[in-house]
Write a protein that binds this ligand. Structure first.
Ligand SMILES: [Fe+2]
Length: 291
């Protein structure tokens, strides 16, 4: 049974992102390990901030593992989750397939509708990128970034992302604008009814967590990490006290401004990025905060 949240009650939030369950056997094994940890240390709220898999069946199976977890559960999609698959375009996955899968698994589709618990609002979005987080240490043109390719490496949104509106594929700036408008509307709706807002993103709304190193092979791709326009809005809304996001595969908690903290707790790709042993990875990359 869920606790009633009254003013002053501490809320325990567990969160993670970037499970990439089909990328290795260890990534696949994350899900029962997370479930066990949540059973051992039950949260009031459980959040997955995107990038489970590009395959809808994987997402259905993953979210279904938490169906009977007695917590309020939120999901926002990441770019991988909306990659084109069979006949499904990115917009169909975003607006139709994924909300249905979420609801069937007992997750609230936070990117479509905000949620309120007591005096706390939750607003979410996948977010997107518009080059505003590009590195200032390297010199690439807009045309370079439009290729989404550096040397042998392709940013796969280039080939697997097709987000249609009115029978036309949106470019990155248009998609950023669409999702920003929706996010602002959600926050403005929730703000008068709550004392604080927890915001959930997949892509980054601030450049603060990104380590730029001036190496073109790394800094080129930083342009696709997120959009500062979301951050500008967050800073203008004093009710937003936390930002939980994914996409950038580093675990961090950072003070962005007085009263505003950003959290990243991604799994990422075990073979390249996972902590050893596996048990350490699980305990580090599923994080908890009390608010
Ligand atoms: Fe991502």
């Amino acid at each position: 049974m869920r606790r009633e949240f009254l003013k002053g009650t501490v809320m325990k939030i567990a969160f993670t992102s970037d499970l990439h369950v089909n990328s290795s056997s260890e990534n696949h094994d994350i899900i029962p390990a997370i479930r066990k940890k949540l059973d051992d240390n039950p949260p009031d709220v459980f959040i997955i901030a995107g990038d489970i898999s590009s395959n809808l069946t994987d997402i259905e199976t993953t979210l279904g593992m938490f169906r009977d977890l007695p917590a309020v559960k939120f999901f926002v999609p990441g770019n991988h989750d909306i990659w084109v698959e069979d006949e499904y375009t990115s917009d169909i996955k975003y607006f139709d397939n994924l909300p249905k899968i979420c609801r069937e698994a007992g997750f609230h589709p936070l990117w479509l509708q905000p949620y309120t618990i007591g005096d706390t609002g939750f607003c979410g979005t996948m977010g997107w990128y518009d080059l505003s987080l590009r590195s200032t240490l390297v010199n690439f043109t807009d045309a370079d970034y439009a290729k989404k390719r550096f040397f042998l490496f392709t940013w796969m949104d280039k080939v697997r992302m097709r987000f249609y509106r009115d029978s036309r594929v949106l470019d990155d700036a248009e998609l950023t604008e669409l999702l920003l408008e929706r996010f602002i509307a959600d926050c403005e709706d929730v703000s008068p009814k709550t004392n604080r807002i927890i915001s959930v993103f997949h892509h980054l709304p601030f450049r603060n967590p990104i380590v730029y190193n001036g190496k073109p092979q790394w800094d080129y791709f930083a342009a696709f990490f997120g959009s500062a326009r979301f951050g500008e809005y967050i800073l203008s809304n004093p009710k937003i006290s936390r930002v939980i996001c994914g996409h950038y595969h580093r675990r961090k908690s950072l003070d962005i401004a007085p009263g505003l903290v950003l959290h990243l707790s991604p799994f990422g790709y075990y073979e390249r990025e996972g902590d050893r042993p596996f048990s350490r990875w699980i305990s580090k990359r599923l994080s908890y905060i009390n608010i």
